[in-house]
Design a protein around this ligand. Structure first.
Ligand code: FES
Length: 137
């Protein structure tokens, strides 16, 4: 379902050690990306429980983007691998809640990847625009 003029709200979790710095770099480099994201800084992507993703999507967010360190770079050793395993659980939960899989995305963004952060955000906003507002709005 496409909605003309629809501007999604995307909750974006960024781990402190890599992705948040990558997001900051995108900002300080003045890279253009859509304004639809609301960044929440967390210590590690592995610390975000799937319930938080579902809570966001059933309470006003249209999508959730999870950004963590690249594999092998997590400052808590295997936190991002936990986030990766949780992504499978999250996709099953999305089904249970009748939410499209496009509403959740997990990406690795390092501290030096400001352009990648901007690109991932742009793609996420586009993919959520295509599925339309969360039915829970
Ligand atoms: Fe970045 Fe764990 S510290 S994903």
């Amino acid at each position: 379902m496409a909605d003309n003029g629809f501007e999604p709200i995307i909750i974006t979790y960024c781990c402190y050690w890599c992705s948040y710095t990558g997001a900051d770099l995108a900002g300080t480099s003045r890279l253009q990306y859509p304004h639809n994201i609301r960044i929440i800084r967390v210590q590690c992507s592995g610390m975000v429980h799937p319930n938080l993703v579902i809570d966001a999507l059933t309470n006003g967010a249209d999508g959730v983007l999870m950004c963590g360190c690249h594999e092998g770079d997590c400052h808590y050793r295997e936190g991002n691998l936990r986030a990766k395993a949780r992504a499978d659980a999250i996709s099953l939960m999305l089904e249970d809640f009748n939410l499209e899989p496009e509403r959740y995305r997990l990406e690795w963004v390092s501290a030096s990847e400001g352009p990648r952060f901007a690109q991932v955000v742009t793609e996420m906003v586009e993919q959520v625009k295509k599925v339309g507002p969360s039915p829970y709005k």
